[in-house]
Design a protein around this ligand. Sequence first.
Ligand SMILES: Nc1ncnc2c1ncn2[C@@H]1O[C@H](COP(=O)(O)OP(=O)(O)O)[C@@H](O)[C@H]1O
Ligand SMILES: [Mg+2]
Length: 299
Amino acid sequence: MNKLISFWGKGGVGKTTLSIALTKLLAKEGFRTLYISTDIVPKNTQTFKNIENFETVFLSENEVRNLWKKRFGKEVYSVISSFLPVGEEIIDYIAGAPGISDEFSIYYIWEIWRNDTYDVIVWDTMAAGGSIRLLELESEFYSHLGEASKLYLKIKSSLESLKRKKDKDPLKLIEEWRELAKSLLSFLSSDAHDVYVVANPDSFSYGITTYLFQEFSFFGIRPKKLFLNKVISENVCQGCPALEEEKEKQRKWSTYLGEFSAQNGIEMCEIPYISGKADGDEIVEIVSESIKSCLSSSL
Ligand SMILES: Nc1ncnc2c1ncn2[C@@H]1O[C@H](COP(=O)(O)OP(=O)(O)O)[C@@H](O)[C@H]1O
Ligand SMILES: [Mg+2]
C-alpha cells in the first residue's frame, strides 16, 4: 500500500486529534506510517506524548520556505534574472510570497510518497484549507513568467545572449514548473490520495465544509469521508444544562451536515464529544476507537 490520507477543516475541529488517532491505529495494525503536520500553528502538544511506533514530521513555515529555496531558488533566479535586472535577493522575496509554503508542503509530501517508504502518510493540513487552489495559481504564475520572458525576447531580440547562458533555457524551466504543478494536482486527485474532511456540528464549520467540498470538486477531488467530530451524545450528562443546551444547538447542524454528505454521496461518521477531564492523549485514544469502527470497511 502507498497512500496519502489528508485531514481538512477549520482550526479547532479536531484535525490533529483525528490524524494522530488514525496514525496510531494504522501503526498498530503494522502499516509503515508517517504523520506529517503542515499546520503552522501547532497547538495541543500534549497530543504528541505517545508517538513511539510511528514517524513524525512537523513542518514549520520557515522550514518549508528553506526547503523551497533549496529546491527552486536557483531555478527561479535563473529565470527571473534572464529578463529582469535583479539580484539573488529575489529568491527570498519569492520564498516569502503568500501561498508558497502551502504549495511547497504539497510538493514535499509528494516526494516522500514517491519514495514509497511508507504504506500510509497521514497529512494533518494547514488550518486555512484553501491551499489546493494555489497550485492552479502557481501554474498560471509560471505561464505569466513565460509570457514576460517571451515579450522581452521579442523586444530586445536577445535570444543570443540567453542561449549563451550556461543555465537551462528559462522557457524550458517554466514549462517544467507548470508540468510539476499539474503532476501535483493529478496526484492529489488520484486514487492514492484519500481526503477526509473534519467538521463540528455548528454553523461556522458547516460553512467551511461546504466551501471545502466546492474547492475539492473544482479539482476533481471527491472527499472519502466526512468526520463529524465533537458530537454530544444522547447520554453524555443528564441534567447538565450547559451540555443539554449545546446538544440542542448541535442537532440542527448535524442534520444539515448529514444531508449535505448524503447529497454528495459521502459517508458521514460521527465522533463523540469527550467530556470531562480527558487530556489530549486520552481524547486521542477514545477517538481512535470511533475512527476504527468508521473505517473498518475502507481500510
Ligand atoms: N472528540 C473530541 N472531544 C473533545 N475534545 C476534542 C475532541 N476532538 C478534539 N478535541 C479537542 O479540541 C481541541 C482542538 O482539537 P485539534 O485536534 O487540535 O484541532 P485542529 O487540529 O483541527 O485545530 C483540542 O484541545 C482537542 O483535544
Ligand atoms: Mg491542528
